[in-house]
Design a protein around this ligand. Structure first.
Ligand SMILES: Cc1cc2nc3c(=O)[nH]c(=O)nc-3n(C[C@H](O)[C@H](O)[C@H](O)COP(=O)(O)OP(=O)(O)OC[C@H]3O[C@@H](n4cnc5c(N)ncnc54)[C@H](O)[C@@H]3O)c2cc1C
Length: 307
């Protein structure tokens, strides 16, 4: 075997990719992991995680550090590089990247996703201090408080319904007069008495000192401007899977997620997809970790069959 041919190449060093590397290394495989930003992925942006088994509360940075430390201690080779595509090289797969090409027997794509942002200047400052992109993850931090949800699709209205059951009030801010969400989701939300609506309205400001205290909205029809006191703003205006580079080698769904089931197998033999980047119901750390384990186990078996 050439030294340059890895058993498994993993794209993405978030929870899914790092877990996959742990399983593959413990199975005795050579593993290269490419990461182009920060190890830990999305969760490194979180102030506190309360739903990862074994931890009552852990900061996203510490969890990321622990995942990375475990992966490298087991011998995962890591490279800072951006994967730009995958091509077949005979029985092998070659990952093309900004700074080089890497060849392996099997590839696991674990590139996660990014959340569409509001674009307002203060948004980044308040991530983890009032601004959230995940109601299931962070809703419990806003128990009995007033929150706002930005968006009008199924995710936004589902988030609003989930939050309404624990928060004092929920204000849904949506730029149109009608929701894009399914009728049943809209009706479910309309049945909740603590939900208010700011329709035909855009978010104009995210305010606070050390944490969020209010948001500004403007009605685009009447021109009326309001400041709404809230402790939390849940931004649910879209998720952006980072899968464009792989669209010619694996099938994507209409939203850009890699089509793969619970076995993490994609439409291309030898290429697996794990974590938030694939089609799935629940995008969370535990499901990313579970995918990492499944994808690695199946990738190891596949690699065994490649000379
Ligand atoms: C603020 C915040 C709070 C959250 N809180 C919780 C929580 O409390 N509990 C919970 O269960 N979940 C939480 N989540 C969701 C959780 O973080 C995700 O479900 C999880 O991170 C998914 O892991 P992943 O490995 O699939 O993807 P990601 O975490 O997105 O990691 C993917 C990695 O791949 C890298 N990458 C992407 N493309 C390339 C490329 N071309 N080349 C090289 N590297 C690439 C990215 O830089 C990234 O590091 C939260 C998310 C956010 C944003």
């Amino acid at each position: 075997m050439s030294e340059n041919i890895y058993d498994i190449i993993i794209i993405g060093g978030g929870c899914a990719g790092l877990t996959a590397s742990v399983y593959a290394r413990r199975a005795g495989k050579t593993v290269l992991l490419l990461e182009n930003n920060s190890f830990g992925g999305q969760i490194s942006l979180s102030d506190g995680v309360e739903n990862f088994p074994g931890f009552m509360n852990i900061s996203g940075v510490e969890l990321s550090d622990r995942l990375h430390t475990q992966a490298t201690a087991l011998g995962t080779e890591t490279v800072f590089d951006t994967a730009t595509g995958i091509k077949e090289s005979g029985a092998y797969k070659t990952v093309t990247a900004e700074y080089g090409e890497y060849t392996g027997r099997a590839v696991i794509i674990a590139g996660g996703l990014r959340h569409r942002k509001t674009g307002l200047a203060e948004e980044d400052k308040f991530i983890g201090k009032g601004v959230s992109y995940c109601a299931v993850c962070d809703g419990a931090f806003y128990k009995n408080k007033g929150v706002a949800v930005l968006g009008g699709g199924n995710t936004a209205l589902g988030d609003a319904a989930f939050l309404a059951d624990m928060c004092e009030s929920v204000t849904v801010i949506h730029r149109r007069s009608e929701f894009r969400a399914d009728k049943s989701t809209v009706l479910k939300l309309k049945g909740k008495s603590n939900v208010n609506y700011e329709l035909d309205s855009v978010l104009t400001a995210i305010n606070g000192e050390n944490s969020l205290t209010s948001v500004g909205v403007e009605n685009t029809v009447t021109g009326e401007k309001k400041e709404i006191p809230v402790s939390g703003l849940f931004v649910a205006i879209g998720q952006l899977p980072q899968n464009g580079a792989y669209k010619d080698i694996v099938e994507l769904d209409e939203y850009g997620y890699i089509k793969a089931g619970e076995d993490c197998r994609t439409s291309r033999a030898g290429i697996f997809a794990a974590g938030d980047c694939r089609t799935k119901e629940l995008r969370q750390l535990v499901t990313a970790a579970a995918d990492g384990a499944v994808a690695a186990t199946n990738a190891c078996s596949y690699a065994d069959g490649v000379e």
